[in-house]
Design a protein around this ligand. Structure first.
Ligand SMILES: Cc1cc2nc3c(=O)[nH]c(=O)nc-3n(C[C@H](O)[C@H](O)[C@H](O)COP(=O)(O)OP(=O)(O)OC[C@H]3O[C@@H](n4cnc5c(N)ncnc54)[C@H](O)[C@@H]3O)c2cc1C
Length: 253
């Protein structure tokens, strides 16, 4: 399954919202008048000024919600390290993986021998999951019946209890879906870390697509976002990929 990200919702007029917050900090305006005179040019100049002076908290007033699918549980572990965001993730406790989908890494896909090993592992993982789920379901069903539960309720509860533990054999490659909401400040940090060549390929690909979608709806707000080498020296030191020119070209700079 291929990675798909959809910008589901965002703060209406995100740039003006940020500009209002910025204006409030520096002007005697009343709240009722705060949006007055905020032309596109003024909005752009407020947003630029915040970026120039590093006054970042006003950009927290704009939020962006993404629907993400076709990504691995390995990606889930990485994206949820970004604490300044909210996540809702499809649960393997409540949703049975009857035929789980998986992400096939490109480096494995292009090597026939590696691909065969990988596909075989996915097949075996599914078989082991199904077997475990069946064994655990029967065990739980018998226990629920013995405790006096009726058959219908016991079957339902046993299914849930079984998949809760059977999922322990599922791989990192297993696909997941999530909805996440970031404010623009947190997104800026996310893009700086994850659009960088040092980030792992899957989360980098996701971050690049998220940035493109943000640029479409709030170009002024996100124009200084992306890998740090777009805007200055690479901060990665010895770990630098050394491909600054290539990266700048990719982003059209
Ligand atoms: C290339 C790369 C390699 C990585 N490798 C590893 C690894 O090997 N092992 C590993 O465990 N992680 C690794 N990470 C994850 C990394 O350490 C961060 O956890 C992750 O990128 C989230 O970044 P963040 O903390 O800036 O984001 P957020 O959690 O969204 O935080 C945003 C910002 O808020 C501030 N903040 C948030 N919480 C606190 C706090 N408790 N105290 C002070 N300030 C706070 C910080 O300024 C932070 O930058 C890696 C990340 C990258 C990009």
């Amino acid at each position: 399954m291929a990675l798909k990200v959809t910008l589901l919702a965002y703060t209406p007029d995100p740039q003006k919202t940020v500009a209002m917050a910025a204006k409030l900090c520096y002007s005697p305006s009343k709240i009722s008048d705060i949006g007055e005179g905020l032309t596109d040019e003024k909005v752009s100049s407020f947003v630029d000024m915040l970026s120039e002076i590093g006054h970042e908290s006003p950009i927290e007033h704009a939020s962006f919600t993404f629907g993400i699918e076709g990504v691995s549980r390995a990606l889930l572990a990485q994206i949820t390290r970004h604490r300044i965001a909210s996540y809702s993730v499809q649960s393997q406790r409540y949703v049975a993986e009857k035929q789980f989908e998986y992400v096939l890494p490109p480096e494995i896909e292009k090597n026939p021998e590696a691909k065969e090993i990988f596909l075989d592992a996915m097949k075996r993982d599914q078989e082991q999951y199904d077997k475990l789920a069946e064994i655990l379901k029967k065990q739980a069903y018998d226990e629920f019946i013995a405790s006096g539960m009726d058959e219908k309720a016991a079957a339902k509860a046993a299914e849930k209890k079984a998949i809760e533990d059977a999922r322990f054999v599922l791989p990192n490659a297993c696909c997941t879906k999530m909805i996440c909401t970031f404010n623009a400040r947190s997104l800026k940090n996310f893009f700086a870390h994850r659009c960088c060549n040092r980030a792992q390929w899957e989360i980098r690909s996701l971050a690049e697509q998220m940035l493109m979608q943000c640029l479409e709806v709030a170009p002024e707000l996100f124009k200084h976002c992306g890998p740090p080498c777009l805007f200055g020296k690479c901060p990665e030191g010895k770990m630098s990929c050394g491909k600054m020119q290539e990266v700048r070209k990719k982003y059209g700079r």
